[in-house]
Design a protein around this ligand. Sequence first.
Ligand code: CTP
Length: 394
Amino acid sequence: MLKDKTIVLGVTGGIAAYKAADLASKLIQAGAKVEVVMTEAATKFVAPLTFRAITNRPVVTGMFDMASEWSIEHVSLAEAADIIVIAPATADIIAKLAAGIADEMILSTVLATKAPVIIAPAMDVNMFENSVTQENIARLKARSFIIIETGYGRLASGKVGRGRLVENEKIIGTVHMVLGCKGDLAGKKIVVTAGGTEEPIDPVRVITNRSSGKMGYAIAEAARDRGAEVRLISAAHHQPDLVGMKIVRVHTAVEMKEAVTKSLKGAHALIMAAAVADYQAKKVAKEKIKKTGASLTLELVQTPDILGEVRGNFIKVGFAAESENLVENAAKKLQKKQLDFIVANDITDASSGFGVDTNKVTIIDSKGKADRLPLMNKREVADKILDRVVKKIK
Ligand code: CTP
């Protein structure tokens, strides 16, 4: 999605500047053209040559940098940019931006651009929490700058607190979200579920399944990148948070049903990628069950069928993980749960389904038409599913 996009990456002089090299590399790998602009202080932390080698483009380090091909650089960079990302952004650059000062290249490029500007602050906790910095950040937010929350953790000073540069994945997620905000799902609310629910037996043990949550997360991410307002109901606790959406974390099928029902208000589609446990313990033991030497019988009762029970004026998409008679079994579920379409995958195929990054699915619509897709990565599958949702919504 970043193909043919020009990203101006402003790097300012903080210890986190080295992380911007990896950010530039990842943006390039995602297909973007990256133009790096560095403050003089940043060049003390990382050599411009590093960025030059990564981006294969000249790096702008000064206001009148004749080594670069940009003519009146800040104006041409500002016009070429689809988006500007300042990472890391020091307290100093944030203060100058808030005051409208433009005494170096990043600042003057920002002043001259119409492109959206993302700022990823990084500084010591005391500087970050200082009311002056907080006021400056508030001013920039009010002027539609997109400020990414700082991370919490160990800082270069040895202190622990807020002020860390967020992970590059979150910065890249924000870039995708901002660039995709006018996509074909703009103004649409999509509820997605992901992961395998966990049904407790006692305070220590649960019944669960092999679902990793990758397919649901790929759908949530793809929907966000196409402009949707996404609500992700997740039972996939190993998956890192995605930016730009509300994530509700749940454990059991009952909790998931409650979260889904609440989230469906105003929704245009529900995509149930979660592997919801079909059974839960009839009684959850209050204390840890001890072994007695004898065999143990657990009584299980059915969980609520979320997809089968929710009603409303939204598109319903189900998943079916099948080990035999893929199309027939999936079509039966589609009928029973009154779905708009169902995404069936063959779990006997090792490259498809649980835990892996790829999936080979067959999409079956309410008329019974089956569309067998080749092996793709889950993000590509997600977009194929969303293509159908878009068609149905319109
Ligand atoms: N599903 C659900 N609530 C459940 C079980 C499943 O909402 N309690 C949803 C799943 O998220 C999936 C679809 O229903 O989108 C089909 O799930 P699956 O478990 O394959 O279907 P079941 O109806 O449970 O049929 P079976 O387990 O007998 O194959």
